[in-house]
Design a protein around this ligand. Structure first.
Ligand SMILES: NC(=O)c1ccc[n+]([C@@H]2O[C@H](COP(=O)([O-])OP(=O)(O)OC[C@H]3O[C@@H](n4cnc5c(N)ncnc54)[C@H](OP(=O)(O)O)[C@@H]3O)[C@@H](O)[C@H]2O)c1
Length: 252
């Protein structure tokens, strides 16, 4: 249901956000949370069209505009093109959430060249190109928020070489973006989730108990818990170049 109240209030009222991989998991929770704060939202997906369209309906139910765009972050043209399409369809761009990512874990010797190329294309090159395109179009006061991982701060066991390599690159990108864009009033920050209950890492999966035990609080996080920190960064003015853990103390 649409109400006048919903349309005219919220800390992100009048802002446009693009959430890559916004159809499921942390991205979906973030898209809905940003809409609750007042933003119009574009989400990208690759295979999950129905899930992305469901997020569009949830955003529209909050009185905001939303679009779902098929754009593979691993494809250079699509990664950058999603920014242009979102801006055209929603009339601007204020917040980019680089959420789309793939997790390929396994023994070093089992990781193929195709694995390396795919993970770096989606998790690193796609984030770089999307951020580059967004920075070229963002209005003053823009926000770039990237989803990293607790494994950039502490790798708790074997199997994480490729994933940690890819996500650690985003820490450098975030700090460099903060320096590059600060004068335009654009901030760049990275959020490091701990084990978070999603399709990628279900809280009842085979390695879940061990992951929960590695946190200080002894449990998985929820997508909403990550989304609330992203929403904070979307409005915070004096936080940039920061790494913020939402990991239940995984790094402690
Ligand atoms: N869950 C965790 O424990 C955890 C912990 C630390 C960090 N993270 C990070 O958090 C982010 C979100 O993870 P999640 O757990 O929410 O994963 P998820 O449940 O598997 O959802 C992934 C989302 O990303 C989209 N996506 C995947 N590859 C894409 C691509 N090439 N281009 C565009 N969209 C793509 C998927 O779209 P489709 O629906 O079309 O497939 C889906 O919407 C990732 O960057 C992940 O590395 C997760």
């Amino acid at each position: 249901m649409t109400t006048t109240h919903a349309k005219t209030h919220g800390t992100l009222h009048g802002k446009v956000a693009l959430v890559t991989g916004g159809g499921r998991g942390i991205g979906a929770a973030t898209a809905v949370r940003l809409a609750r704060e007042g933003a119009d939202v574009a989400v990208t997906y690759v295979n999950g069209k129905e899930a992305a369209e469901d997020v569009v309906r949830r955003v529209e139910a909050l009185g905001r505009r939303a679009v779902a765009l098929r754009a593979d972050s691993g494809d250079a043209a699509e990664a950058a093109g999603a920014v242009e399409r979102a801006e055209e369809l929603l009339g601007g761009l204020d917040v980019l959430v680089n959420n789309a990512g793939v997790g390929v874990l396994g023994p070093l010797e089992d990781l193929s060249l195709a694995d390396v190329d795919r993970v770096l294309a989606v998790n690193v090159r796609g984030v770089f190109l999307t951020s580059q395109a967004a920075a070229a179009r963002m209005r003053p006061g823009g926000r770039i928020i990237t989803i990293g991982t607790c494994m950039t701060q502490r790798v708790p066991g074997p199997g994480g070489t490729l994933y940690a390599t890819s996500k650690s690159a985003l820490v450098g990108l975030t700090k460099a973006l903060a320096r590059e864009l600060g004068a335009r009033g654009i901030t760049a920050n990275i959020v490091h989730p701990g084990p978070t209950d999603t399709d990628m890492n279900p809280a009842d999966g085979p390695y879940a108990a061990a992951q929960a035990a590695m946190t200080a609080v002894g449990r998985f996080g929820t997508p909403d818990e990550v989304a609330s920190t992203v929403a904070h960064l979307a409005t915070a003015e004096y936080v940039t170049g920061a790494e913020i853990a939402v990991d239940g103390g995984h790094a402690a």
